[in-house]
Design a protein around this ligand. Structure first.
Ligand SMILES: NC(=O)c1ccc[n+]([C@@H]2O[C@H](COP(=O)([O-])OP(=O)(O)OC[C@H]3O[C@@H](n4cnc5c(N)ncnc54)[C@H](OP(=O)(O)O)[C@@H]3O)[C@@H](O)[C@H]2O)c1
Length: 280
């Protein structure tokens, strides 16, 4: 049987790391994207010592930078002409507004634009697989989650929770749009809420009320990364989902609807136009 080629971002910690351990099997070639060389190499060594037959390769990119994402894709394309699964898991939440060297607020850049760009730039390789899958690790999408179209880069007013929710609702909106564009192909694209999970998310980057919320979740209600990874693995592996596309999953085996904002076609067109401006 031909090996599945799987690329996963955010694999150096939390949900992505637990997912990577499960995917590190001889029947897969697993490409791990890390921004930190030392962390990436430690992860690769850890996987290899637990799974000596795992077929793992490291790629490096700071996913807040479009330049790095394009270099990552170029490196991938030199070696591979197909991609069976792209798991966009990298993400962050931060109390502080940080702008990337490319002038984009970092939550938007990593949680949304990196997922968007990788998915679009790797479409041809996903189409070359028997059944390509894009899995966007999103979040809860509460009714208040929306895009601030007048200030998507949070220049005038920054709030870490709002920036996070905006990036995640954008992630599911582009999931729905891309699924629509790919409906006559063999590529599916779905989003998943990984649960409230005990990871490093926000541990070092939150302050005040957000820090209190993160600590409360991590101490009292969070599930383990391994339990959370089951949700991502279901979308990556389940044969029953080979034709399911444009859906959002929470804890169950069946998709659920997100908030009404995310289905609004006018808002989706606006987001798509703004995104094209942001990626030049
Ligand atoms: N934990 C939760 O309760 C929860 C709830 C809902 C949704 N999620 C989502 O689940 C996903 C995984 O998060 P997690 O909880 O596992 O958090 P985590 O432990 O903090 O892991 C985040 C991962 O993203 C990577 N990352 C962040 N910024 C990056 C950048 N600029 N370039 C490259 N990689 C970058 C991190 O790399 P480093 O290791 O180098 O930092 C790490 O591998 C995220 O999309 C998050 O929004 C989590």
């Amino acid at each position: 049987m031909e090996r599945r080629i799987i690329l996963i971002t955010g694999a150096t910690s939390g949900v992505g790391k637990a997912t990577a351990f499960e995917l590190a099997k001889p029947e897969n070639r697993l490409l791990l994207v890390a921004r930190n060389k030392k962390k990436g190499e430690e992860l690769k060594n850890e996987i290899s010592s637990r799974q000596p037959k795992a077929d793992v390769e490291l790629l490096f990119a700071d996913l807040s930078l479009q330049k790095d994402i394009k270099n990552l894709v170029a490196d991938f394309k030199v070696k591979y002409d197909k991609l069976d699964a792209l798991i966009n898991c990298a993400g962050l939440v931060s109390s502080e507004r940080i702008e990337t060297k490319e002038g984009i607020e970092q939550t938007l850049a990593v949680n949304y634009l990196s997922h968007y760009l990788l998915s679009h730039l790797l479409i041809d390789e996903l189409k070359n697989a028997d059944q390509g899958r894009i899995i966007n690790v999103a979040s809860l999408i509460p009714p208040i989650a929306k895009i601030n179209f007048n200030d998507i880069n949070s220049k005038k007013n920054y709030n870490g929770v709002n920036a996070y929710l905006q990036s995640k609702v954008a992630d599911v909106m582009f999931t729905y749009d891309l699924a629509e564009q790919l409906k006559n192909t063999n590529v599916t694209v779905n989003a998943v809420h990984p649960g409230i999970v005990k990871t490093n998310l926000g541990v070092e980057t939150s302050k005040g009320a957000l820090q209190g919320f993160v600590r409360f979740c991590m101490s009292f209600i969070a599930i383990t990364p391994e339990k959370s990874a089951e949700r991502v693995l279901f979308l990556a592996n389940s044969k029953s989902l080979s034709k399911t596309t444009g859906k959002y999953f929470k804890s169950g085996l069946n998709p659920v609807r997100t908030n009404s904002f995310s289905y609004n076609l006018d808002y989706r067109v606006k987001l798509s136009e703004l995104t094209l401006q942001l990626i030049g």
